[in-house]
Each structure stands twice: as C-alpha cells, then as structure tokens.
Design a binder for this molecule. Structure first.
Ligand SMILES: N[C@@H](CCC(=O)N[C@@H](CS)C(=O)NCC(=O)O)C(=O)O
Length: 222
C-alpha cells in the first residue's frame, strides 16, 4: 500500500497517474495548499521542501519519497514497468523526464505566476515565460514527429510531460501548428489510467471559479 499526499496540480497528477497505470493500491491524502498544510511540521518530516506530491511506501518500511520525478523513478523501479532497465533505454527516459523537471515544469509554473497570479502585469516577464514555454513545446513536437512516445515505449517521461503540457490553456501558451504534440496530448489523455489519475484528489462538485483559484494561488505565493 502506498500513501499519496497530493493536490489537484500537474506535479500531483504525475504521481496519481503513475499509480493508476501501475495498478498499485494507494490511499489519497488531499493536502489543502491554500491552508498551507504542506508547510506543517508533520508534513515537512516527509517532504522537507514543503510541496506536493509525496508518497510513503508502507510495504517498504514506510519509505518516504518527495520530488515528483523521484517518485516516478521509484515507482517504475519498484514495479519494473514504465521505464526500461537497460542503460540506454533507461537514460532516454531519464533525459526526457529531466527535460520536464528542469524545463517544462519550472517555465510553465512561472508563466502561471506572471500571466495569472501576479497582481501587477509585467509584459516582459509574461512574454519571456510564454516564449520559453513555446520553445520547449517545439522541442517536444520535433521529437514526437518521429517517435510515438518521448522515449521508446510509453513511459514515466510521457506521464511527467503530459501532466504539465495539457494545462497549456491556463498558462496561456499557444500550441497552434504543433500537430505532433497535439496527437500525443490526445493519445495520452485518452488512456483510462490517465483519465482516472487526473481526477485525483477528488474535486468538490463545484470546483472554484478562476477568480477564486487565483486568490488561493496568491495566498501560497505570499
Ligand atoms: N520540484 C517539485 C515541485 C513541487 C511543487 O512545486 N508542487 C506545488 C504544486 S504543483 C506545490 O506544492 N505548491 C505549494 C507551495 O508552493 O507551497 C516536484 O516536482 O515535486
């Protein structure tokens, strides 16, 4: 049994989608980011960075793993699935996973901050992060022109990148003309395990409107 501490965000969905794909039993512990539960002492003992997601593997001496990329690698290695074990195949998956962790995630995150949450609109910052996101999307599109998935078979690299890229409308990034990226977005999004994982943690019947969501995000950034 895995305990999953998460919220409905791209980094959280990476973990829940992987758990669904791997058919591992898990219990969800929703973390209320706006209430800063992720900064409480009990949580910081599991995740010193005070962010979601975190998993605790009850079947492995209550081993805690933080950082979404590390969680994906841990789950893939635990099960021997979603990442090959040969040196080159594994490296390819890790390369595209790191591309997400070091590029797509931080750049889309900053695009959200300046395009959506900043009370003051700074055109230079908005433009900078939109252009950088678009450049990274073009890297993905070029890769996907010649490969069905990012790194060999469907893998944790696809899960990590999809979890962020499919939220492009919220970040305000255009995907016009990126036909291979669109094909891949739809293919991954239609996987039943991805559909299930994307709904974790369960949302209230009436999710917050955009203005309320922005207000909540500003509390976290303050
Ligand atoms: N590098 C971390 C980033 C995690 C992260 O930024 N999580 C966000 C949600 S997507 C969070 O917990 N934000 C709350 C906060 O900043 O306090 C990972 O990949 O796990």
């Amino acid at each position: 049994m895995i305990e999953l501490y998460t919220s409905p965000t791209p980094n959280g969905w990476k973990a829940s989608i992987a758990l669904e794909e791997l058919e591992l039993p898990y219990t969800v512990h929703p973390i209320a980011l706006q209430k800063l539960e992720q900064k409480q002492d009990w949580y910081l003992k599991l995740n010193p960075n005070g962010r979601i997601p975190t998993i605790v593997d009850k079947d492995n001496g209550d081993f805690a793993v933080f950082e979404s990329g590390a969680i994906l690698i841990y789950l893939a290695e635990k099960t021997g699935r979603l990442m090959p074990s040969d040196v080159k195949g594994r490296s390819l998956v890790v390369q595209w996973l790191m591309f997400q962790m070091g590029g797509i995630g931080p750049m889309m995150g900053q695009a959200n901050v300046f395009y959506r949450y900043a009370p003051e609109k700074i055109p230079f910052a908005i433009d900078r992060y939109h252009r950088e996101c678009r450049r990274l999307f073009e890297v993905l599109d070029t890769r996907l022109a010649e490969h069905e998935y990012l790194a060999g078979d469907y893998s944790i690299a696809d899960i990590a990148n999809w979890s962020w890229v499919h939220t492009y409308p919220w970040s305000g990034v255009e995907i016009d003309g990126l036909e291979h990226l669109k094909r891949w977005l739809a293919a991954i999004g239609n996987r039943p395990a991805v559909e299930r994982g994307r709904l974790v943690p369960q949302q209230p019947e009436r999710p917050p409107d955009a203005a309320t969501f922005v207000e909540g995000a500003r509390k976290i950034l303050a």
